[in-house]
Ligand binder design. Sequence first.
Ligand code: TEU
Length: 570
Amino acid sequence: MAQKWWQFAVVYQIYPRSFADTDGDGVGDLGGVLEHLDHLEKLGVDVVWLSPVYPSPMDDNGYDITDYHDVDPVFGSLADLDTLVKQLHARGIKVVMDLVVNHTSDEHPWFIESRSGPESANRDWYWWRPARDGTVPGEPGAEPNNWGSFFSGPAWEYDEESGDYYLHLFSKKQPDLNWENPEVRRAVYDMMRWWVDRDIDGFRMDVINLISKDPALPDGKVRLGERFATLGRQVVDGPRVHEYLTEMHREVFAGVERPLLLVGETLDVSIDEARKYTDQERQELDMVFQLEHLKIDRGASKWDILPFDMRLLRGSLAAWQEGLADVGWNSLYWDNHDRPRVVSRFGDDGELRERSAKLLATVLHMQRGTPYIYQGQELGMTNFPFTSIEQFADIESINYYEESVAMGEDPEAVLASLRARSRDNGRTPMQWDDSPHAGFTTGRPWLPVNPNHQQVNAARQVDDPASVFSYHRDLIRLRHEEPVVALGDFTLDEPDHPQLFAFTRRHDGAELRVVANFSGDIAEVPPRLQRATADSPIVLANVDGPHDSTVLEPWETRIHLRPSEAAAAR
Ligand code: TEU
């Protein structure tokens, strides 16, 4: 594969709503991002991905867009965004916009027009269907098919005026665009070109493998005890998705000389499909977010929590490393605005929080792929100790709670699932310092600040060489300085070990080895691994030396690097 700039890059995701508030309304804004550019520069990231800042009724915090060419006043103005882009560029940081084009808001002019009636010129821009044959429109069970929404309830909303239904895979305020219609595709590509012309460096494409649907919209399988078919394999990687992405590439990116980053969020994607999306020859996407490694501790649904088994996590990640070794490219991530905090989920958010956060970062950043850091992850931020449903704001969490309690589930049990899995865990305000609202706002924060901000905050970490922040900075530096991190191949070591996550990267004579004790108990290092690392210097570790080569402390990790002979001679 030809060398690409993004193999050497680390991306930082900003969820503006929760990053920093400058006008005291309790909601983060672009001014807040501008105020913290030093933080990003110190960390050393190469790219910022900005979650949606477009005008929106905020049913799904901006993933429901009413105008693709502007900024919502809650975040600032288009002029603020231009300033931010300029200032990030001045610091050598690229900017990637969130592109949400599987659906719009129901308040987008396109949908308002489409909804005006069957004769509307835009009717076919969305998925309108009549009630199922032999049913009474509007009655339960009359939906055109049996799909359930990702956010609970049916994936269809009844429109009384016309007597038809429209499809919404997410909230009913997020109607799905009909990509079968070439006018829709043209409108999206025009909009994307407008952003590229505005100096944007790429797109993070929201649920991009949902855009193509089988126009027959066939019924799905309904699980025992459920009312609607669970969407997943049923709706992803549809029949024309590769055709659309090739077309998008040709229409928007062909001929653009600037280096761009195109990353797709691809739900339930298989390795085979991911290879297609990211094969450079095919010119679709640069890389995708797959979700498999975040499903290893769940049962039938994301709310159904299974005990964490490191071996499943390691197996999944290694399979993706191997699957995309010769073709394609991985996005490496733990946290984002849809996930609970990884240190609470797979690490130790108690006594060994810092050490386990560093181990999680090591295992992620040293794999082959492009690492993503979600705001606060560089501080080792944790889940929030939610105690009541009133503390949540996320539509997915609230819908799930209401539906399950209505169906007779124990509210405390539902709350326990939310506490572990709710997206709001990742959305509590960024912890800048130990002041009352963690320096996030002078007003009332839209979501509560984690009480642990007194210990866990940026002010305490940025200048402390032993902090989780500094450790991330060191990992990023390693990627920038040692080509083996970006370009090396990947071999899993000790694949059957119950505690160790160990692997080797090789490139051009250099050898990098990661040894990580992914557990809260002491781990013995197998003699084979001891020998392999014996004469290889440690370049980064999360426990101070001297290091005993035969054992690892709980959550201890080390990175060994034997440079190529050429590099050693220099
Ligand atoms: O998320 C896609 C998605 O399906 C999940 O990650 C989702 O958040 C949910 O947890 C499934 O159980 C993207 C965005 O990242 C998310 O914030 C949006 O809500 C969603 O698409 C709709 O735009």
